[in-house]
Ligand binder design. Structure first.
Ligand code: AMP
Ligand code: MG
Length: 648
């Protein structure tokens, strides 16, 4: 009996395909395969040049100003005539018979003992070497003025070429044309520039699960995030982005789409399908698109290991990892340098700050790890909170201020380390109010007026205990908590320590959620509902994570029993509601506003207290006071009530 021959996979012929390269090695090989190359350029009208990179230096063709120009309204004079002028020694000058307005060329010289009336911007006439401000003169009859102070030569005169000198390098190649550059070019009379042509970049998303924003989400589908975010990031870095949609995981369809995309683009960026798993086909296609093909597949980066870099007949072809955060990190770290070079732009100047990490950050040995952080102001400088929710989370990218880097050879960054943080934007805007702890949608209602007043509120969700720890270290203003103390059977107060005080927040009704059409639970009390669930072996529950206040309530109701679903322990109220709504579970415990927002049935059980541990030392800060006012205000309370919370 003969064994079936395995299908030949041409990609396996390339040995680098099997090796994970270091970040530096991968980038070096990618750049070596692409550069040097000419940056194509095109002539652009000034009005269309905004945001383009100059392809060549621009030399000033004229002097600006083109003539000696008066800076003030006054009189053009010979300074020597006024050498003896003073408070007690007025000098009279006869007025020449002309007025030099803007745009009027002078016709008469200023002879000794005379002056010519001149407007701001008027050309200085022959003979004159200074301007006297009109405020510093007195009329002396119709035909003369009196001057009571001396004038230094050149006073109030802008000389020809003093702003821009003919022949000087006005702008350098690679400069991005903004309004200021356009101003300089216009001042020299330049109507067109030679600009680098933006590389045309085709973008494809891949995956059977992807639905475009604006369309209806099918079960098990997700919205295509990478298509939009990669397109925008390409435009931000000098590319001309053409998003071509999401292609299903079908090798023939994908190959056709990739060939079409590459035919009329300078670069192709895909996302997804780069893992070496079944259904991940994009990297296999690349090997057939052109030489040299794959340069690196697998880079020692976290997030972003499955990144695939290729060059096909001179054009970069990139497959970004599917998870949006991984896609963005690898894009910024490995693709932006190449794109900017192709676009004739200088390397991006990253702004950096130094900050301290408040908690230990574990890291995988052997991979350069990027950790997104939110910055807050501590008592001795900036604190960098790791804000990542994992590489699948888009918000970890959008809400972070920047990222820190953990070396491939380190397995952690210890708490208290000082580290460089690369900022996503050129400036840090340190938040006015920092809230660290448990998140609740009610919080957004209370902070809305602060945002409207221009205050920056940073809310970092680390759970109640994490928030308390941050508050004790003085790293936040407020820590929202909902911690039940078994001994005293009270919420929150027993957890406060010196330096913290309790600000009552609101109550959240917790109860059993079920689908409205499930007859097993209709009309029952919480205890009866749990009894009914336990009586039916086909009934599946969804639990909550250990340490959650809700979990304590569930365990009490279950009194030691562990029905099917007990080990499904998501970390949020929303996940419980989603599990029930999507039939993955039949019942669970969540808060009323979440149950109602998901259209689920709800049996109330007990109220949870969501309060704030306020750092007393920060109480007088204006943003804290604004928050406390908003919390106590009639509007704040009304908004909470309308959303299903009960203000304390
Ligand atoms: P893949 O590399 O295709 O296996 O994708 C890894 C993960 O990223 C999966 O959970 C995908 O659903 C997700 N993913 C892939 N492409 C996208 C995209 N364009 N937008 C959002 N998520 C994506
Ligand atoms: Mg996929």
């Amino acid at each position: 009996m003969s064994m079936p021959t395995p299908k030949h996979d041409p990609s396996l012929d390339q040995d680098q395909f099997l090796t994970v390269l270091s970040r530096e090695e991968a980038l070096a090989r990618f750049e070596a395969a692409l550069f040097p190359r000419d940056v194509p350029s095109q002539t652009r009208l000034l009005a269309d040049a905004l945001g383009c990179a100059l392809a060549a230096d621009v030399v000033a063709p004229i002097d600006v100003p083109p003539f000696d120009r008066s800076n003030v309204d006054g009189f053009a004079v010979r300074s020597a005539d006024l050498a003896g002028a003073g408070e007690g020694a007025p000098v009279q000058l006869m007025l020449n018979d002309e007025t030099i307005a803007c745009g009027t060329a002078p016709t008469r010289p200023v002879l000794s003992g005379t002056a010519t009336s001149i407007a701001t911007g008027g050309p200085v006439p022959r003979g004159a070497d200074a301007i006297v401000m009109v405020e510093h003169t007195q009329p002396a009859g119709n035909r003369a003025i009196e001057v009571r102070r001396a004038a230094s030569p050149g006073q109030f005169v802008s000389y020809a070429g003093s702003d821009i000198a003919r022949g000087e390098a006005l702008l350098r190649a690679g400069t991005v044309i903004g309004s200021r550059e356009i101003g300089m070019l216009a001042a020299c009379g330049i109507a067109e520039v030679l600009a680098a042509r933006r590389p045309r970049v085709a973008i494809l998303s891949t995956g059977d699960e992807l639905v475009q924003p604006g369309e209806t989400l099918r079960p098990a589908a997700i919205y295509d995030t990478n298509g939009a975010i990669v397109s925008a990031a390409i435009a931000e870095n000098g590319g001309d982005a053409h998003f071509l949609g999401a292609i299903a995981d079908d090798e023939a369809a994908l190959e056709a789409a990739m060939r079409r995309a590459l035919a009329d683009s300078d670069m192709l960026v895909l996302s997804g399908g780069t893992s070496k798993g079944a259904g991940d086909v994009s990297h296999r296609i690349i090997a057939r698109l052109g030489a040299p093909g794959i340069i690196a597949h697998g880079v020692a980066l976290k997030p972003g290991k499955p990144l695939c870099l290729a060059v096909c007949d001179g054009k970069p072809v990139i497959i970004l990892p599917g998870f949006p955060t991984s896609a963005m990190f690898t894009f910024h770290d490995m693709i932006v340098p190449v794109l900017r070079r192709m676009a004739g732009l200088p390397p991006r100047a990253d702004a950096r700050v130094t900050a301290k990490v408040p908690v230990r950050i574990a890291s995988e040995l052997g991979r350069t790890e990027f950790v997104m952080v939110s910055l807050v102001e501590g008592s001795e400088g900036l604190i960098a909170y790791p804000s990542g929710k994992g590489s699948g989370a888009i918000t970890s990218f959008a809400q972070a201020d920047g990222f820190l880097k953990i070396d491939a050879l380190a397995d952690q960054m210890p708490a208290g380390s000082e580290t460089d943080v690369t900022l996503f934007t050129p400036h840090v805007r340190v938040p006015d109010l920092v809230i660290v702890g448990s998140h609740c949608t009610g919080l957004d209602l209370v902070t809305a007026p602060l945002a409207r007043a221009g205050l920056v509120v940073r809310s970092i969700a680390v759970g109640s205990l994490g928030g308390l720890a941050a508050a004790k270290r003085g790293e936040c203003d407020l820590a929202p908590i909902h911690l039940f103390d078994d001994k005293t059977e009270t919420y929150n107060t027993p957890y406060l320590s010196e330096g913290l005080e309790l600000v009552p927040g609101w109550r959240r009704m917790q109860g059993i959620v079920f689908r409205n059409d499930d007859p097993r639970f209709a009309g029952l009390s919480a205890e009866e509902a749990v009894r009914a669930a336990l009586a039916d072996p086909a009934c599946i529950m969804v639990n909550r994570n250990q340490g959650a206040g809700t979990r304590i309530l569930i365990d009490r109701l279950l009194a030691g029993r562990r029905p099917d679903g007990y080990w499904n322990q998501p970390r949020s109220h929303n996940a419980v509601a989603a599990a029930v709504a999507q039939h993955r579970a039949d019942w669970g415990m969540t808060i009323a506003p979440v149950a109602h927002a998901s259209g689920l049935g709800f049996i109330p059980l007990a109220e949870e207290h969501y309060d704030f541990a306020l750092v007393t030392a920060r109480k007088q800060r204006p943003a804290v006071q604004t928050f406390l006012d908003a919390l106590a205000s009639a509007e704040g309370r009304a908004a909470l009530t309308a959303a299903g919370f009960r203000p304390a």
